[in-house]
Design a protein around this ligand. Structure first.
Ligand SMILES: [Zn+2]
Ligand SMILES: [Zn+2]
Length: 317
């Protein structure tokens, strides 16, 4: 299944495909072989119809408390799994015959509910980035609890509401990479510049949250702590933060070790997938950081599992 997916993303994410068209004849009596390179430029497509599931055997959710001692590529390294996990777990209506899932066929939590977001990022001048807020997003959300009369409710009986809660994060202004990466806990894995938190890619059942749980058009929903949080970097979320025109994506938030998380586009404006990133779901190259270009590790939020973080590269708060 993984191999098939990688093939399909290779096809869709290739920007410049040089096809060497070889017209050859088996008949030696005909003209000599003609070899002529033809350059075909394929417009980059965001094909969200064939995405790999995380968490289905062979699993790519690694659980430290079940003996997994290190992260791995294309995987999420969880510290543990709660014993009382809950949530939607039937994705059959948007699962393809090849075992991938189709984002374009998955229902959304509809609605247009506005919130009074409070959010502030400051540099304290002593090497710290202080983030405070009330956890509410600065964009409208779907209706939560999910309306029992809606299509979304057929798949996900998420009855949690969205409530404000006090947020306080203190990150290093310029984080350092830790000697060893660390595993990811449940709850917030990061904070988006929208004011709401970012969760990792797994549900409390240990399945792929973005593939199974019904989210709104910004890729978010609420949980048992009544916290609105994101699992998937939808176009609405990206466009709300900063519409992508060219080059590297804009910063979408900060993960708990203080490193930034950017949208799915790399340095040359190419669409990145998890296979392009390291085990923690990031890489290092010069990026815009507080108004300056510096060579710094950072995460990317891609359309495929584990989406936003595989492990912490730095030291999480
Ligand atoms: Zn969630
Ligand atoms: Zn990058």
């Amino acid at each position: 299944m993984k191999a098939k997916f990688i093939n399909s993303i290779k096809v869709t994410s290739i920007l410049f495909l040089v096809v060497l068209l070889t017209i050859s004849s088996c008949n030696k009596e005909e003209e000599e072989d003609i070899e002529e390179p033809i350059e075909i430029i394929i417009t980059e497509q965001e094909d969200l119809s064939h995405l790999p599931f995380g968490g289905i055997a062979p699993t790519n959710i690694l659980i430290r408390k079940q003996g997994e001692s290190q992260p791995d590529f294309l995987s999420l390294w969880l510290c543990g799994l709660p014993v009382d996990g809950a949530g939607a777990n039937n994705a059959s209506d948007w699962t393809n015959a090849d075992g991938t899932w189709d984002y374009t066929r998955k229902p959304k939590v509809e609605g247009n509910v506005a919130w009074l977001s409070e959010f502030n990022i400051t540099l304290d001048g002593k090497g710290k980035r202080i983030i405070t807020g009330n956890a509410l997003p600065d964009h409208p959300t779907g209706v939560f609890p999910i309306d029992p009369k809606s299509i979304a409710y057929k798949y996900d009986r998420n009855r949690n509401e969205i409530l404000a809660r006090e947020l306080l994060f203190e990150f290093p202004e310029v984080p350092n990479e830790a000697v060893r990466p660390s595993c990811v806990n449940f709850g917030a894995s990061g904070i988006s510049v929208t004011g709401s938190v970012i969760y990792h890619g797994a549900s409390t059942l240990g399945s792929d949250a973005a593939a199974h749980e019904i989210l709104d058009s910004h890729g978010g929903h609420s949980d048992g702590t009544n916290t609105y949080h994101y699992h998937f970097p939808t176009k609405d979320l990206q466009n709300h933060i900063h519409p992508h025109e060219s080059g590297h994506s804009a910063i979408m938030g900060y993960m708990l070790d203080g490193f930034g998380i950017y949208g799915p586009y790399g340095e040359d404006g190419e669409l990145l997938w998890s296979k392009d990133l390291d085990q923690c779901h990031g890489h290092k190259h010069p990026i815009l950081w507080d108004g300056e270009m510096i060579n710094l590790y950072h995460y990317h939020w891609t359309y495929d599992f584990p989406y936003n973080i595989g492990c912490y590269k730095g030291t999480p708060q």
